[in-house]
Design a protein around this ligand. Structure first.
Ligand code: ZN
Length: 119
C-alpha cells in the first residue's frame, strides 16, 4: 500500500473520530488509533486475516488502543467501516464488564453499533 493510500485510510478514521468520540463519551478516554499494514502486524490471535480492527482497553486507566489493518479497511465501504468503528468503540465502553464470555460481548457491541447506524 502506498503512503498516499495509507493516509486516505487514516483520514477516514479521523472523520469518524470527530463524528463519534465525543458523542460516545470517549473524549474522556485516551484512545489511540494505530494503523498496521496487513494481518501479520496485527496482535497475536488476530493474524489469520480478515480482521479490520482489534481493540485493547485498559478500562482501569481509561486508555485504549484500536489497531486498524489499513489493507482490510481499503476494501470496506464507508458504511461498513463506520459500523466497524462503532463496534470497536463499544468494546472500549463495555470492557469493564467484559468478564462475560467473549462471544456475548461480541453480540452486544455488534448490536449497539447497528442501533447507532440507524440514527
Ligand atoms: Zn468485536
Amino acid at each position: 500500500m502506498t503512503h498516499t493510500e495509507r493516509r486516505t485510510q487514516i483520514r477516514r478514521i479521523n472523520r469518524l473520530i470527530k463524528k463519534w468520540h465525543q458523542v460516545l463519551g470517549l473524549d474522556e478516554w485516551r484512545v489511540i488509533h494505530e494503523y498496521v499494514d496487513g494481518a501479520s502486524d496485527m496482535p497475536h490471535g488476530f493474524q489469520d486475516g480478515g480482521y479490520v480492527a482489534t481493540t485493547q482497553a485498559n478500562w482501569q486507566y481509561c486508555e485504549a488502543v484500536i489497531r486498524w489493518d489499513v489493507r482490510v479497511m481499503a476494501e470496506l465501504e464507508d458504511e461498513y467501516l463506520e459500523e466497524s468503528f462503532l463496534h470497536e468503540c463499544f468494546h472500549i465502553l463495555v470492557a469493564e464488564i467484559g468478564d462475560e464470555p467473549h462471544g456475548s460481548e461480541e453480540r452486544v457491541v455488534t448490536k449497539l453499533a447497528r442501533i447507532l447506524m440507524r440514527v
